[in-house]
Design a protein around this ligand. Structure first.
Ligand SMILES: [Zn+2]
Length: 230
């Protein structure tokens, strides 16, 4: 549970749920195991867009395949509000948040979004293998996701795909390009931890002319090793 406090923890524990709370102050160690359900309570209202996308990447990584995450966000603020964080005695910006996921609940004050990995949420939606990926998505944020290659050319070969069906990287909005970049950075970290390669190649395949022959742009991250170099 992200952004919860001990009150929510004890409430759910009393109901018999096996629950772990993650918070910067009282549970600073980031969890490493994967979970069936992840709940984030009002956290996104305190974060800028890049931070929100990084939290989405963390949640998508921590969520078991087939699991569900719930994001509660408030939406009754003015355009921008400065609020006093009483715990830390600092002023922070708090803002409205809209997420591109289905709403499980909505009210005047807050919404709860339900998140499932892109390959599950978009199953059978399209003939395009990137709009409806068969492979398990290992990372995801607002506009992009990552999968591991079906036919890896080295140990550590992944793909970052924008969610929107676009043939060229240059037709993506800047927000979409940033989301792809954040996913690429996180994918590199995962491959570093798993294989510790000595280098990387990054290829952007577009307009169906490149190796992948799919009319949907993809960014390939390929781990490189000294032994590969001829
Ligand atoms: Zn597509």
């Amino acid at each position: 549970m992200y952004g919860a406090d001990r009150y929510e923890q004890s409430l759910l524990s009393e109901k018999g749920y096996n629950i772990m709370v993650h918070g910067r102050d009282y549970q600073p160690n980031h969890p490493t195991e994967q979970f069936d359900t992840i709940i984030s309570i009002y956290l996104f209202n305190w974060l800028n867009n890049i931070e929100q996308n990084n939290v989405l990447l963390s949640v998508s990584r921590l969520l078991k395949h087939g699991g569900r995450a719930y994001f509660a966000v408030k939406h009754h603020f003015g355009f921008k509000n400065i609020c006093l964080n009483e715990q830390h005695q600092i002023e922070q910006t708090i803002s409205n948040v809209t997420l591109p996921f289905a709403k499980a609940f909505n009210s005047y004050i807050f919404d709860i979004y339900e998140f499932q990995h892109f390959n599950i949420a978009n199953r059978h939606r399209s003939q395009c293998p990137y709009c409806s990926p068969q492979q398990q998505v290992i990372l995801e944020n607002e506009y992009s996701y990552a999968i591991l290659s079906n036919s890896p050319i080295s140990k550590g070969h992944g793909l970052v795909i924008p969610k929107r069906h676009v043939a060229s990287y240059f037709d993506l909005t800047v927000d979409e390009q940033i989301a792809c970049q954040l996913t690429l950075n996180r994918l590199k970290k995962i491959i570093d931890e798993e294989y510790a390669p000595e280098g990387y190649s990054v290829n952007i395949n577009m307009n169906a002319l490149a190796v992948l022959r799919v009319d949907h742009v993809g960014i390939e991250l390929v781990a490189r090793y000294k032994a590969d170099v001829r």
